[in-house]
Design a protein. Structure first.
Length: 317
């Protein structure tokens, strides 16, 4: 099972960035009243970009002969290590065209990352900022850094000029989802929920129902990354926003306990701590969850342990 760190397009809107993010930013302790709520899916269940640019380094091409588990195991680290994503996308394309769902998902993710981040840093209306302008702009905004503008330019500049060659992020995500790739299903469920809204409003009911159908299917994988990102969908299933605020941390803590990257250098922690002045450099992901839920952590941990037991028992298929 992969141990991965990802923060791309998701359910929350990062107000200072103006881009969809995978991980909601909740930096204060949720206030939860009444009885604690289990994060377990309760509605319609049957028995699932703002990504901080990683420190780049040269990475070898992905072989077109790598498919299935070989590609899935290596692509997460290769995505983060690739200093220039055009080459990464080029190496994925044959396997994606050949129907490999992992290659399709990571090609979608690569295109989405560059589409969102390049637009955020470099596009202002109909005008494209220079690198110097983008770095100056980023240096004056809370939560962004000039070095990230440089990183996005280096990683995505060539890809943005020739992205038509690779198709669209939406097309590859849909192809991967249709083949049952867990992260493709959870990403699709999140995007549907974002479009449809998390409430029980009469519009977009079919889209919300489809999101509720996809998420449990993704959980069959027991992938810690999928489990972590189920936290973003808590409101879709729980309904009550206060209860969902607690439930999101239950899912995330459960993922940490299953091997998701929750060390002090984890990217989701680094992103959260840009906006939380109370973060400490020694805090792990579990420390962070404990601090922002100081009054409820024992209950959250109990529910996380119960959730993992239910996942192991196959109660979400």
């Amino acid at each position: 099972m992969r141990r991965t760190v990802v923060i791309i397009a998701g359910v929350g809107v990062l107000s200072v960035a103006g881009i969809l993010v995978r991980h909601q930013l909740v930096v204060q302790r949720p206030s939860v009243g009444g009885e604690p709520v289990s994060p377990i899916i309760v509605e319609g269940s049957s028995s699932a970009a703002f990504e901080t640019p990683p420190r780049s380094k040269t990475v070898g091409p992905v072989s077109a002969n790598e498919t299935g588990e070989d590609i899935e195991e290596g692509l997460e680290s290769r995505f983060h290590a690739s200093a220039e994503l055009w080459q990464f996308a080029e190496s994925l394309l044959p396997a994606a065209q050949g129907g490999d769902p992992a290659a399709q998902y990571y090609l979608s993710r690569t295109l989405k990352y560059c589409d969102d981040n390049f637009r955020f840093y470099f596009i202002r209306g109909s005008r494209r900022r220079t690198l110097d302008e983008a770095m100056q702009w980023a240096s004056t905004r809370t939560g962004t850094k000039a070095e990230e503008a440089r990183e996005v330019h280096a990683r995505c500049g060539r890809l943005q000029e020739t992205s038509h060659k690779f198709g669209t992020a939406a097309e590859w995500l849909a192809a991967s989802k249709e083949k049952g790739f867990p992260m493709a299903m959870i990403d699709t469920a999140r995007r549907m929920a974002t479009t449809a809204g998390f409430s029980g409003a009469t519009e977009h009911v079919e889209m919300r129902n489809e999101a509720k159908r996809l998420a449990p299917r993704a959980l069959d994988s027991k992938d810690p990354e999928v489990i972590f990102n189920m936290g973003d969908l808590a409101a879709l299933f729980v309904g009550d926003m206060q209860k969902a605020s607690q439930a999101q941390w239950v899912w995330r803590l459960a993922a940490c306990k299953r091997g998701y990257e929750c060390g002090q250098d984890a990217e989701w922690i680094q992103l959260q701590c840009r906006f939380d002045p109370n973060c400490q450099p020694y805090e792990s992901g579990v420390d962070f969850i404990r601090r922002v839920n100081s009054e409820d952590f024992d209950e959250i941990e109990r529910l996380a342990n119960d959730l993992n037991a239910r996942l192991d028992a196959g109660e979400f298929g």
